[in-house]
Design a protein around this ligand. Structure first.
Ligand code: ADP
Ligand code: GLC
Length: 485
């Protein structure tokens, strides 16, 4: 019989998305079905999720889930089984999943996501009669407490269910004041350095990292980087201690969603042998962003506008980019200072720089289909998905040599060009000079049409489907749950 895995995540497409976690959690069930794993995804019942699932079956209720009434709804979205924690006291609010409309984190995030963890632990442990699972897979800090509840306060004494934690980004740890411990409904024994205690407070991600049977992160290079203080964000010691129990598995992309031949968002579909059709998409993009029509290199960026993503460097490098004949279209939202800097840059360079502040899934597809090169100057990047979508769309990625960016792009240096294997531009050091010289190199490559087309074609031929990574997750599940592949 197929292994049954409960995948607990705070976001999953197509129901709710603020970042790459949603793409990954949404794609995993299909990726794993191909390897004989039956995965059910459990999500918090944010208003968008409740609205999207429509009529759903109630499969379990809690009178007081850490103090609030809650119920579990079961639905089918496409071919995926989904469980939704309907707890209006925790999740029934306007704003983003984590913050109010002004961008301030909800003050009770610790209780909201402890409750989500408690619920996932109950369901993985068999609380709902109709559901049973062989393994729990928790994603990021929002689901990590499920692992602590399974260890310290399982539904039944002696219950043992294997657990996997995936870290999508160590920068978000869910660290809270020690006074919340008393309200978590955990036994006193959990308050220890081997339990949930973290630098004097309660660390949600750290708890999972400490207690999961296996920890994965979303690229091999990031798995190696996070044992160092520059990347470990205070958890490097524990990560090093967990040693072989921490593995990097690179994310795949959903080829049904991200395929330039069939993408309904594009003005013109195309494949590796019809790259000329990208021109119509480029024209459409220039129009959307109010840019001059021009056959010179059109750079794009699609990103959270934050320090992690190096979005501040874009403000610094704009004059260089435009001065060298480039144009830039940016889609994103985030840090107000960066937004202001980009808008000032666009005002300084009318017709050359266009900025669209907001979140727009269809526009992100159109940008990948019409842009010549995408800038991803991240200071750290656990995996990164936009460079993978870019590769699939023949939009050449320009990336820092870090994390998953390092693992997924082959730099167009003379040797790689000579060998015909380059897929993009990599540079060391997320700072002005690193990015400026990468832009110079990109423009020079663009001006050699044969090499440019070859680089585009190599990216499009690279395989970032879920096949390989799905198999790696399946092998971990089989190993932990003792099944045979
Ligand atoms: P992260 O999860 O750290 O933000 P990733 O590259 O893994 O970075 O994933 C980001 C995802 O969010 C991608 O699917 C990207 O296309 C999408 N995205 C980011 N910003 C926007 C935006 N403003 N509009 C539409 N999609 C966006
Ligand atoms: C996080 C990381 C990003 C990764 C995504 C999905 O948001 O910042 O690098 O691609 O999770 O795993």
């Amino acid at each position: 019989m197929a292994l049954r895995v409960l995948s607990a995540a705070s976001e999953a497409v197509p129901l709710i998305k603020t970042g790459g976690l949603a793409d990954v959690a949404g794609a995993l069930p299909a990726a794993l079905a191909a390897h004989g794993i039956a995965m059910t995804t459990m999500l918090p019942g944010y208003p968008a999720v409740i609205a999207a699932i429509g009529k759903a079956r109630c499969v379990h209720t809690w009178d007081a889930l850490l103090g609030e009434p809650a119920r579990l709804l079961a639905a089918q979205i496409g071919s995926n089984d989904v469980l939704v924690l309907d707890a209006p006291g925790y999740f029934g609010r306007a704003g983003t999943p984590y913050a109010d409309a002004s961008g301030k984190d909800w003050g009770d995030n610790w209780r909201r996501f402890a409750a989500f963890g408690r619920a996932a632990a109950d369901i993985a442990g068999g609380a709902a009669k109709a559901l049973s699972f062989d393994l729990l897979h928790a994603h990021d800090w929002q689901a990590a407490m499920a692992i602590a509840y399974l260890r310290f306060a399982p539904l039944r004494a002696g219950l043992r269910i294997p657990t996997v934690l995936t870290i999508h980004n160590l920068a978000f740890q869910g660290w809270f004041d020690p006074r919340i411990f008393a309200s978590l409904e955990l036994p006193g024994s959990a308050w220890s350095i081997d339990g949930v205690e973290t630098y004097g407070g309660v660390g949600f991600l750290k708890s999972g990292l400490q207690l999961a049977d296996m920890v994965t992160t979303v690229s091999p290079t990031y798995a190696r980087e996070i044992v160092r203080p520059e990347f470990g964000m205070g958890l490097e010691g524990l990560i090093a201690l967990r040693g072989d129990h921490v593995r990097g598995i690179v994310n795949g992309i959903d080829k049904a969603e991200w395929n330039p031949q069939t993408d309904p968002a594009l003005a013109a579909g195309y494949g590796p042998r019809s790259l000329g059709k990208r021109k119509a998409n480029k024209r459409a993009l220039e129009q959307h962003f109010g840019l001059e029509q021009d056959d010179g290199p059109l750079f794009i960026m699609i990103s959270r506008l934050t320090w992690q993503k190096g979005a501040d460097l874009i403000c610094e490098v704009l004059d260089h980019l435009v001065g060298n004949g480039g144009r830039l279209a940016i889609l994103g939202s985030g840090d107000p200072d960066i937004v202001a800097g980009l808008q000032a840059g666009a005002a300084r360079h009318p017709g050359k720089v266009g900025v669209h502040i907001g979140y727009d899934e269809a526009l992100s597809h159109r940008m990948q289909g019409g842009g010549d090169a995408i800038l991803v100057p991240s200071r750290f990047e656990p995996c990164g998905l936009t460079q993978l979508y870019a590769l699939a769309y023949g939009c050449v990625p320009v990336v820092t040599r870090t994390g998953g960016l390092s693992d997924t792009v082959i730099d167009a240096n003379p040797a790689a060009l000579g060998a015909g294997v380059a897929t993009g531009i990599q540079f060391d050091g997320a700072h002005y000079h690193g990015l400026a010289s990468a832009i110079t190199r990109t423009i020079a490559l663009y001006r050699q049409p044969g090499q440019w087309r070859r680089t585009q074609g190599n990216g499009m031929a690279a395989d970032f489907s879920w096949d390989r990574s799905g198999a790696e997750y399946a092998a971990i599940y089989q190993q932990l749950a003792g099944g045979t592949p």
